[in-house]
Design a protein around this ligand. Structure first.
Ligand code: PMV
Length: 319
């Protein structure tokens, strides 16, 4: 039986890190950069085999004799939770191949997208429907393994594949009717380990709580302003607010020389605004561009970055 499921990557326009401390954040899906989970032949005699081709790993469920690291723990937990949530007691025999167009550990949600694709593939293979809320919750449970204390924004935007205005303990706001816009994404080529960045910020917040609370509040305010500017179609203002967000991310200590170089390069080539996306300390920058300046910004960044993508962010429900 041929089953192939996928899930999108994501970019955070405003609010990363502050979102962990209860501030709002705004994230958008990247439908053209996806992770895939495909059921392939031949099936094993028993149990599930996961072939994680991008990292050259083969993981069995239930657990085999191979090393038990974070990745194998995360994948096994995903399978266990998904089968339980779907009420499936007998473990099916199948091989699932995982792959992604998204670079790993670059703040584009690669790990989250792989998990979401795996959950979707399992449900599809078993002939079950997978409600989006449940998908998001299952992915969140795996995110805890990889990230420690995730805010929940990555699983939410990736499960819904819609722009989201996300704040912990608040009803989810799926954003409708946002005007389309273009982002140039440039990869610094340096791995961004979210758990490390989040821990670093936590330690700094514990050392200087008042200073960090003030920075998080300012980021939250920028996020709220960013939503209004985006809804009004004022991209010049959105760009300015992204620059202000980047300045605050620098102040909280999660930027890097490479990120600063790429954001400055994007701005000098005509981008409206540029910032890191995700955990930081490496990873990707996102630059907001007018359609006309997209190509010049891409060309200049291609000389400086590891990889560059031009993506159009638009509301799929408006097509
Ligand atoms: O997974 P990343 O690197 O895209 O980061 C997610 C955003 C953070 O705010 C840094 C962490 C979180 O859990 O919200």
């Amino acid at each position: 039986m041929s089953v192939r499921a996928s899930a999108c990557g994501k970019a955070i326009l405003f609010g990363e890190h502050a979102v962990v401390y209860g501030q709002p954040a705004l994230a958008v899906p990247l439908p053209s950069l996806r992770a895939y989970a495909e059921v392939v032949e031949p099936p094993p005699k028993h149990g599930i085999i996961i072939e994680a081709v991008d990292v050259g790993r083969r993981i069995t469920y239930p657990s085999g004799t191979e090393a038990k690291d974070l990745l194998s723990h995360g994948l096994r937990l995903t399978i266990m939770n998904t089968l339980a949530a779907l009420g499936v007691q007998e473990i099916p025999a199948l091989t699932i191949r995982l792959s992604a167009q998204l670079p790993q550990a670059r703040g584009l949600g690669s790990g989250t997208a792989v998990t979401a694709a795996l959950v979707r593939a399992l449900a599809a293979y078993l002939g079950k429907t997978m409600p989006t809320e449940l998908l998001s919750e299952l992915v969140y449970q795996t995110e805890i393994v990889y990230h420690g204390h995730p805010s929940g924004i990555d699983n939410t935007v990736i499960a819904w594949e819609r722009p989201v205005y996300y704040q912990r303990e608040r009803p989810l706001q799926l954003l409708e009717n946002l005007p389309a816009f273009h982002l140039v994404i440039a990869d610094s080529g340096i791995a961004s380990h979210t758990i490390q960045a989040v821990e670093q910020v936590r330690a700094a917040w514990q050392a200087q709580p008042a200073r960090y609370e003030a920075l998080f509040t300012q980021i939250g305010q920028l996020t709220a302003d960013g939503l209004r500017a985006l809804e009004a179609g004022n991209l010049a203002l959105v760009g300015n607010l992204m620059n202000a967000n980047q300045k605050l991310l620098r102040e909280i200590g999660v930027s890097s020389a490479e990120i600063e170089h790429l954001t400055a390069t994007a701005l000098s080539a005509g981008a409206l605004g540029a910032k890191l996306s995700g955990g930081g300390l490496g990873g990707c920058i996102i630059a907001l561009v007018e359609k006309d300046s997209a190509m010049p910004v891409c060309q200049v960044l291609r000389r400086e970055a590891h990889q560059v993508w031009l993506v159009e962010v638009h509301d799929a429900n408006r097509d």
